[in-house]
Design a protein around this ligand. Structure first.
Ligand SMILES: [Zn+2]
Length: 235
């Protein structure tokens, strides 16, 4: 965690955004089913795999390293292998439609955040996302380098867009652990899941919960998520 955690005012983010504070730790879950392709695409079949297209936007900035992800294309592939391991249990598979590199929008606003002139609100965060290459009606995941502090991901339903930070709240770049778990959590919001309490068994949607299997989904969550996924559109 050598770099300065420059983003302030996170308390305000929770007003508008669904935020997650997930710390690094256990590795990816071991999944069971998946493999896909064999069963008929009957919606009511809980084992059938629902594939959802996602465009991954890698944000860039010459001025602010926090905004500029260092993720490479192959690393995005690795990231989504981890995400799909987690979601295999629910029979949901995220398929990378494309990966685009884009400069962050409204970087001057981010400069004001860094200088402490304005708080880092949800609207500021949303304004950083370029909208020219959205996969309209499908899933857009924006990866940036560092959201700072204790937050590593958001889902902004109004766009809709998932935002993931390359660095987790501990400042670790954990491509096999916290990064896919955080993106999988935010994608969970995008298919209708809210937060749940921290329980001994663990749960993907329990932010900041260190118990049990942190990538687990209950049968009810699976049903809700699949129901939204079947519509082919984000929640
Ligand atoms: Zn969350």
């Amino acid at each position: 965690m050598g770099k300065k955690r420059g983003v302030k005012g996170q308390a305000e983010l929770s007003v508008i955004l669904v935020a997650v504070a997930v710390l690094s730790g256990a590795g990816a879950c071991s999944d069971s089913n998946g493999g896909g392709g064999l069963s008929a695409p009957v919606d009511s079949d809980p084992v059938s795999v629902i594939a959802l297209d996602v465009r991954v936007h890698l944000l860039e900035s010459d001025e602010f390293t926090q905004l500029s992800t260092t993720l490479t294309g192959p690393e995005v592939g690795t990231l989504f292998e981890g995400v799909n391991e987690i979601w295999a249990e629910a029979g949901v598979r995220w398929v990378i439609e494309s990966i685009v590199h884009e400069p962050a929008a409204n970087q001057d606003l981010f400069g004001q955040v860094i200088r402490g002139e304005i708080p880092f609100t949800g609207s500021v965060l949303a304004s950083l996302l370029p909208r020219q290459q959205l996969l309209s009606g499908k899933w857009d995941v924006f990866m940036i380098r560092d959201l700072g502090g204790s937050i590593a991901g958001f889902y902004i339903g109004g766009i809709p867009a998932v935002i993931g930070a390359e660095l987790d709240p501990l400042g670790a770049r954990d491509l096999a652990g916290s990064m896919p778990r955080i993106v999988a959590h935010e994608l969970g919001h995008s298919i209708g899941l809210g937060h749940v309490d921290c329980v001994a068994a663990g749960n993907l949607m329990a932010p900041g919960c260190f118990q049990g299997v942190r990538t687990r989904l209950t049968a009810i969550q699976t049903e809700i998520a699949r129901s939204q996924a079947r519509t082919g559109r984000p929640f």
